[in-house]
Design a protein around this ligand. Structure first.
Ligand SMILES: Nc1ncnc2c1ncn2[C@@H]1O[C@H](COP(=O)(O)OP(=O)(O)OP(=O)(O)O)[C@@H](O)[C@H]1O
Ligand SMILES: O=P(O)(O)OC[C@H]1O[C@H](OP(=O)(O)OP(=O)(O)O)[C@H](O)[C@@H]1O
Ligand SMILES: O=C(O)c1cccnc1
Length: 492
């Protein structure tokens, strides 16, 4: 299914920052628009002070690029944008050029659900510079948000230790796509399903849920509310027991459940949404067991995140499944990933590429030049290090990776003895998609398999161990030489 276009019908070419279009115009005016360039999309720090991120959002990128075109109404909108002289900024011949523009870049990207780390390219775009530049903002929008939420979901699921986590975020999400994309990313990150029915239909993922406090308030008493709900949905009933008094609510749910079970129905369980979730869930479990209903599931929620879930687990809360909204879909403690898209090489003559960097006071912010690829090394079933290298480099035998932020940190990786794979896979060639779209279930499976390959010291929430990502020695030297060259030039 075409996820993006079926929601946002028509052209999305204007889903960009205005400066991308003014630069495109500048390239065209200077007859540079067909000069080939390479850009990489990457982030600099793991979100949530964690040790990893879950790559997500590529499907939106593919949909967007498969349909990339400027519609007539886009062009007439651009034709009406005026400069300081009150005259149109763009030459009509440029708008004609945009009208006939066909996307023709090569894209390589890391598949969704892959565990990724700072500095490494999640996506590489190579092609006419005007086209590479125009798509920057949309690509960052898709990948930054979904990677952030998939990572949050993975963390919550790690804390839940295999218990199902239901994503309940629609009502607190940042707008429609903030909810939709967050539901998709949460599922990929490990959630079992969503309360968002629109997203459930669109992505083909399970919809789940219980009932609200308003259901109980709508009846004269709680028992009547429970009975009415259980009778209406006898095989899909989870009763919310905390509207008035939780222990009494549990007792009433037990009475109603026993009646339903006597009639042969299967009630799912109860939900707790306030108070001390450890104490109340233990109390509920005791009461349920005493009533012979130990098999009922207890759902817990209320402003939870990975830290509270971990704490509740440590307190031996008797919670079987978790309902999590606000803090998951809004990435409450870190509202943006901060991924960037940087030019790293340009073709100056046919077949001759020149490295490009942007200097910064902070050396970590200086980007990596070249045409990058990422090689991941594995040892005894665990990921042991990632090497960013220039794909034109001949790599034979042992390779050394160096941390660009701290050259004293280096690691020798032996290509002969370690298993390894290149992470960036071909997605578009000359503007044509060459990647078989993956089902959301396969992507979710990849996340869970990849998390198994990651040492537990990297998955912990407090002071996680930092996974080794370094530059291949030759690329490290090239970057340093470029930094020195540009620094010397700017000092002259
Ligand atoms: N045993 C526990 N350990 C740590 N945190 C808990 C525990 N039980 C609940 N919490 C969390 O503490 C916070 C308490 O929220 P809050 O002060 O709003 O209380 P409440 O019970 O929801 O009250 P209200 O009835 O007003 O909604 C929530 O984020 C909840 O998930
Ligand atoms: O706490 P979150 O992680 O954000 O999870 C979603 C919340 O949304 C609902 O509350 P709300 O008060 O909106 O409605 P309700 O009457 O159904 O509880 C639900 O009860 C959860 O507490
Ligand atoms: O079904 C639920 O229990 C639910 C749905 C949305 C938000 N909070 C809870």
């Amino acid at each position: 299914m075409d996820t993006l276009q079926s929601t946002y019908k028509g052209s999305l070419a204007l889903l960009t920052d205005f400066y991308e279009i003014t630069m495109a115009y500048g390239f065209w005016k200077n007859n540079m628009h067909n000069r080939r360039a390479v850009y990489h999309l990457f982030f600099r720090n793991n979100p949530f002070n964690g040790g990893f991120a879950v790559n997500c959002g590529l499907e939106y990128v593919i949909d967007y690029l498969n349909n990339f075109h400027f519609s007539d109404s886009d062009l007439s909108y651009l034709a009406n944008i005026k400069g300081n002289d009150q005259k149109p900024i763009f030459d009509p011949a440029f708008l004609d050029y945009l009208k006939n523009l066909k996307f023709e870049c090569d894209i390589d990207a890391i598949p969704e659900g892959t565990i990724v780390f700072p500095k490494e390219p999640l996506l590489r775009v190579k092609g006419p510079i005007l086209q590479c530049q125009l798509i920057e903002s949309a690509l960052l929008n898709f990948i930054n948000f979904q990677t952030l939420i998939a990572t949050k979901a993975a963390r919550v699921n790690i804390a839940a230790k295999g218990d199902p986590v239901m994503e309940f975020g629609l009502r607190r999400a940042q707008g429609i796509d903030g909810a939709l994309a967050a539901t998709r990313a949460s599922f990929i990150g490990g959630c079992a399903g969503t309360s968002n029915v629109f997203a459930g239909k669109k992505f083909g993922i399970p919809v789940l849920g219980t009932h609200a406090h308003s259901w109980v308030q709508a009846f004269d008493d709680e028992m009547a509310a429970f009975e009415a709900f259980a009778n209406a949905l006898p095989n899909n009933t989870t009763l919310l027991v905390d509207t008035y008094n939780t222990p009494k609510g549990i007792d009433k749910a037990i009475v109603v459940t026993k009646k339903m079970e006597a009639k042969g129905y299967k009630v799912s369980g109860i939900r707790l949404d306030s108070g001390d979730l450890a104490y109340l869930s233990q109390l509920a479990r005791k009461k349920l067991k005493e009533a012979g209903l130990g098999h009922l599931k207890i759902v817990g929620g209320n402003d939870l995140d990975e830290h509270l879930v971990a704490s509740l687990k440590q307190q031996e809360a008797e919670i079987d499944s978790w309902g999590i909204g606000t803090r998951l879909v809004t990435a409450y403690d870190q509202p943006a990933l901060g991924g960037v898209y940087k030019l790293s090489a340009i073709e100056t003559k046919k077949g001759h590429w020149e490295d490009r960097i942007k200097l910064s006071e902070q050396s970590i912010k200086v980007n990596i030049p070249g045409v990058q690829q990422v090689k991941r090394f594995y040892k005894q079933g665990l990921m042991v290090g990632d090497m960013i290298y220039d794909e034109r480099t001949d790599l034979s035998g042992r390779v050394k990776i160096i941390d660009p932020a701290d050259p004293t940190r280096s690691k020798v990786l032996d290509k002969q003895h370690l298993e390894c794979e290149d992470l960036l896979k071909p997605i578009f060639r000359k503007g044509k998609c060459c990647f078989q779209k993956e089902s959301i279930y396969d992507i979710k499976k990849r996340t869970s398999e990849q998390l198994q390959l990651l040492d537990k010291t990297i998955k912990r929430f407090i002071n996680p161990h930092s996974y080794p990502v370094g530059l291949e020695e030759g690329l490290y030297k090239r970057r340093m030489e470029l930094i020195m060259k540009y620094k010397e030039e700017s000092n002259q």
